[in-house]
Design a protein around this ligand. Structure first.
Ligand code: 13P
Length: 346
């Protein structure tokens, strides 16, 4: 397999101390929902302008190591004609790409979903490598409920994740393997821990079976949290202990880093939990982030599609990134939330 060393270097750079990933890879339907929530009608040009605003934020690479793109964005250009993947590299950001094609119900258990996108993926990877993309993401979703998840759901998704990861490495892209146990429901923290552990165990078994090089890949899991409707809430310290227990049981020490998704937590919750995790460092792997909503929610609110609000939106991104940079080192305190937006992160 070509380029293992280069992939190991990329994987390590993505989780370099103090840094993490910006997930800006919303599919068009998801981005359309996020834009509608701030009163913006989604067009290809508006999506391009919004993503350009993110990428041109001054100082972004102080904290952000890489950016995950959706296929549409990876083919778009900045105002000056520079393709976005090249623009990101010039600005010290590693460009990555979401390669799954969304989820579909499992025939044997229609309340659950399996992720699609393996057909033709080898050829897509060849093209993505030529476009300069250096890492790739695939998301699987696992739902907790009555009798859920089924072993069939866990196994089908683990198998697909390993198939994609092996193809990514064949093309020289670092796989970011994302099995997300959803927060939806009233389940306890302990139940989330049990399901997360079972799902990660299946994923690492499949990765081994399909010859994926652990040193050249990253894990993007959920944090271990109580379900959104669970009355018994958890403190950041409890979340950190439960999450690290699970990871230590099943994630091999050869994996360079774990980059958590935010999964519907508020910005503040995600940052506080990331901070609590890093207060328990050192662990065998870097404990970093690959946040979508927890980085972009305040940016979208500040931007709201207005021509004159670009600087405010970029200041909001710098601020949120700086707070997560502090959390990445276990040095975040909630009082930092109140620092005037624009002053932080520079
Ligand atoms: P959230 O942080 O919004 O969960 O998004 C991360 C992601 O990339 C989901 O696939």
């Amino acid at each position: 397999m070509a380029g293992i060393e280069a992939m190991v270097t990329t994987a390590q750079a993505l989780v370099a101390p103090g840094r993490g990933i910006l997930a800006a890879d919303e599919s068009t339907p998801t981005m359309t929902k996020r834009l509608a929530a701030v009163g913006v009608v989604s067009t290809e040009e508006r999506r391009r302008r919004y993503r350009q605003l993110l990428f041109l934020t001054d100082g972004l690479s102080d904290v952000i190591s890489g950016v995950i793109l959706f296929d549409e964005t990876a083919r778009q250009r900045a105002d000056d004609g520079t393709p976005f993947p090249r623009l990101l590299r010039r600005r010290g950001l590693i460009p990555g790409i979401k390669v799954d094609r969304g989820t579909t119900p499992l025939p044997c258990s229609p309340a659950e979903r399996v992720t699609e996108g393996l057909d033709g993926l080898r050829d897509r990877f060849t093209e993505y490598a030529e476009m300069g993309l250096r890492f790739a993401k695939w998301r699987a979703v696992i739902r907790i409920g009555d009798g859920l998840p089924t072993p069939a759901c866990i196994e089908a998704n683990a198998h697909a994740l390993a198939r994609y990861a092996a193809l990514a490495q064949e093309a020289g892209l670092v796989p970011v393997v994302e099995p997300e146990v959803l927060m939806d429901g009233a389940h306890t923290l302990e139940r989330c821990a049990e399901v997360t552990e079972a799902s990660l165990r299946a994923v690492y078994e499949q990765l081994a079976r399909q010859g994926v090089v652990l040193e050249a890949g990253l894990l993007k899991p959920n944090m271990v949290l109580p379900g959104r409707e669970c009355p018994r809430r958890a403190t950041p310290a409890q979340v950190a202990v439960a999450t690290i227990d699970v990871l230590r049981h099943v994630v091999p020490a050869a994996v360079p880093g774990v980059v958590f998704l935010s999964g519907g937590q508020t910005d503040e919750e995600a940052t506080a939990n990331l901070d609590a995790l890093n207060r328990r460092a050192p662990q065998p792997w870097e404990l970093s982030f690959s946040f979508g909503r927890a980085l972009q929610a305040p940016v979208l609110r500040a931007w709201a599609g207005r021509d004159d609000s670009g600087h405010a939106a970029q200041a909001a991104l710098r601020h949120r990134a700086a707070l997560n940079g502090a959390a990445r080192c276990g040095r975040y305190v909630p009082a930092m939330e109140d620092v005037t937006v624009g002053a932080a992160g520079r």
